[in-house]
Design a protein around this ligand. Structure first.
Ligand code: PMP
Length: 406
């Protein structure tokens, strides 16, 4: 990959902070957006803004066409069986709330069991707890091993005749671990238990094939994969979506409405109440084009090179370095602490050197608890990061560590 050419598509990377070049290593939180995606948004606003699915007029038809083209693009990208299975949401969080509320509400009863893992993001914990508090089922949790992998023996051992559902992240936003979701799904299916996959951290780095995984649901956010904010996708198997009640009510999701009885629109519109972010949705297809043109495998290979290089240098050259998550084949995410230095102090000083990293609990407080820490510093890489940036990051870490330890 020609990294300099890639970088030229991201004007934000030319920014300077405190008189230094910006080094953006907070890609796990959100990645930057290439010109092609921004241009698609501007083009839509300047040439084709009209509400979708409503008008017979030309602009509305064009806007609808752009949105539905994006749905077809997503369907191909994740290898869904049909566009009926591709629901646009505001992001992974809304997608998981939709599944928990609608599918969870249908599948889980009092005394039933749901399996989650300790490495879940709050977005894959709290929606289930809200439902649990209404229904009264039990949440079982798969722990992680020393190097940050799911304990698969415990996972298998949790299944019993009350197990109704599993929800698991494809990749951890803290440990970087890529979970063996295909194997987990096969095991769950052998017990007739469907599986929801939180793909927020996998979609930017891995080739996603929902049919190969045999996932029942798969959620991800556009903004983490070079796309716009405010758009996400929920893939769901048609056999489930057909049976599920709507999540939100309103315009677009109905077939007919009277005060006596309302009937619902066909899939996927049954789950898309209100005016969608049709401009963001159409721009998502440009983000997919961007990733496709580079090749997801090439992006991942480049990120791995940065990950391995930086991890090795950090471990060898910075005394007291603790890296959380060392699973083989992990995503390009390094969560760490140095000695007794507070993650927040580290992040603040790195920022003053132009380096954007994340600090805190990363919306994964149960995992922090299991790791015995309050928070960590996290550096994460994307297609446009360079080895030179990694060098600068390591040099900055040494400097900051010396200051904070001194
Ligand atoms: N799951 C995981 C694993 C995540 O990393 C995130 C975002 N940090 C989410 C869910 C939530 O995504 P969003 O905020 O885009 O809805």
């Amino acid at each position: 990959m020609d990294i300099q050419k890639i970088r030229s598509e991201f004007p934000i990377l030319e920014r300077r902070l405190y008189n230094r070049p910006l080094i953006y290593l907070d890609n796990t939180a959100t990645s930057q957006t290439p010109d092609s995606v921004v241009k698609a948004i501007v083009d839509s606003y300047t040439t084709t803004k009209a509400n979708v699915h409503r008008g017979v007029h030309t602009l509305s038809q064009e806007a609808t066409e752009l949105q539905e083209n994006a749905r077809r693009r997503v369907k191909e990208w994740i290898n869904a069986a049909s566009t009926s299975e591709v629901i646009f949401t505001r992001g992974t969080t809304e997608a998981l709330n939709l599944v928990a509320s609608s599918f969870g509400g249908m599948m889980l009863g009092e005394g039933d069991e749901l399996i989650l893992t300790v490495m879940e993001h709050h977005a894959n914990i709290v929606p289930w707890q809200l439902l649990r508090d209404r229904i009264g089922f039990t949440i079982r949790v798969v722990p992680v091993t020393e190097d940050g992998q799911l304990d698969m023996d415990v996972y298998r051992g949790l299944f019993n005749d009350r197990t109704r559902l599993v929800s698991v992240c494809h990749a951890s936003n803290v440990l970087g671990t890529v979970n063996p979701v295909k194997e987990m799904i096969a095991y769950a299916h052998s017990h007739d238990v469907p599986v929801v996959v939180d793909g927020a951290q996998a979609a930017p780095h891995l080739h996603i094939d929902v049919r190969d995984l045999d996932a029942d649901f798969y959620a991800f956010s556009a903004h983490k994969m070079y796309g716009p904010t405010g758009v996400g996708v929920l893939y769901g198997k048609e056999k489930w979506l057909e049976k599920m009640p709507p999540y939100q009510g309103g315009g677009e999701m109905i077939e007919s409405v009277s005060f006596e009885k309302t009937t619902f629109a066909e899939l996927p519109y049954k789950f898309e109440a209100g005016t969608p972010d049709f401009i963001g949705i159409s721009a998502l297809s440009k983000a997919i084009d961007f990733m496709d043109a580079l090749g997801v495998e090439n992006i991942a290979a480049h990120e791995h090179e940065l990950l391995e290089y930086t991890t090795r240098r950090m471990t060898e050259e910075i005394p007291g370095m603790r890296i959380f998550g060392n699973a083989p084949g992990k995503c390009a995410i390094i969560s760490f602490l140095v000695g007794n230095i507070h993650h927040y102090d580290m992040g603040m000083l790195l920022d003053k050197l132009g380096i954007a990293v994340r600090t805190g609990h990363h919306c994964a407080q149960p995992l922090m608890h299991a790791l015995g820490v309050e928070g960590v510093v996290r550096a994460s890489f994307a297609a446009y990061n360079t080895l030179e940036e990694c060098e600068a990051f390591i040099a900055a870490l040494k400097r900051v560590t010396a200051i904070l330890e001194g």
